[in-house]
Design a protein around this ligand. Structure first.
Ligand SMILES: [Zn+2]
Length: 53
């Protein structure tokens, strides 16, 4: 897992730090590093990654 700051907001606590799944687990949900909520979906991550390119 990677602990990174993203241009996303946690749906639960509003935090911007997230734990990313390893590449082999990319289908897993992104998890909030602060409250461990699984609200932050990898769909959102993919959208941000694409937009930042
Ligand atoms: Zn959170």
């Amino acid at each position: 897992m990677w602990n990174v700051t993203l241009d996303l907001r946690c749906n639960v606590c509003g935090g911007k730090r997230f734990l990313l799944p390893a590449l082999s687990e990319i289908a897993e949900d992104v998890r909030c590093a602060d409250c461990s909520a699984f609200k932050c979906k990898s769909d959102d991550l993919e959208r941000v990654m694409t937009a930042s390119r």
